[in-house]
Design a protein. Sequence first.
Length: 255
Amino acid sequence: MVTIYYLSATGNSLYMARKLEQLLTEPVQLRSIAQALEEKDFKPSGTVGFVLPLHFFSLPLLAEEFLQKLDLSEAEYTFGIVTAGFHYISDACHELSTRVQQAGGRLEAFFYVDMVSVYLPLNDLPAQPVIDRRLQKAVQRLEKIAGSISRRQKVRVREIFAWPSRFMHRLVQKQPEKLDAEFLAGAACTGCGLCERICPKQNIRLEDNRPQWQHDCTQCLACLHACPQACIELGQRTKGRRRYHHPEIAIKDLL
């Protein structure tokens, strides 16, 4: 049995987890990290995998919270896949290896898969043809990764900029209460509550039909990208920028 834990705000990592399930010729159980935290599913056995997005040059804060509670003493083979827009500035492999070891396991294989950067405060989405090409290449990359996992190969990557990535990530870890300080909903907000339902941290509450962020944010941007009115912004930096979710993942799959 292969247990794959995934975390996905816009569908990229969920799509890769589902595709990997199709490619592996053995039983696979997919588990949302948010759901696993709620159900206290902390002791998997057999082959254990993680499919995660790159956040702030390393692992998502919610994934770190989950890994702190995980017991991998019965895991026989552990692998990680991190999706990113640009993975060269990152220490996710080092960080995941460290946390897996702290959980009583050993990270045997790690892979990066470049897809689409959805962190709109830094940049707008690329043109649609570019997105299509990147998603196609990601599937081709995953097909090779599935072969390595099936053969239980040991695979590691070299992270040239691991130290500065780690330093920048630590700065974020020290002030999580500030990550939602600039979120706001514009006048087009209808009070539909989708942002409240999609937040993996349950950090959004509707008050007088308006979303209010509760200062326990990981800045995954699920709320921003999922808003039907595209009226949630992170300060002024995201205004006018296109929203995204993976074309083969519906919003309801992310709830």
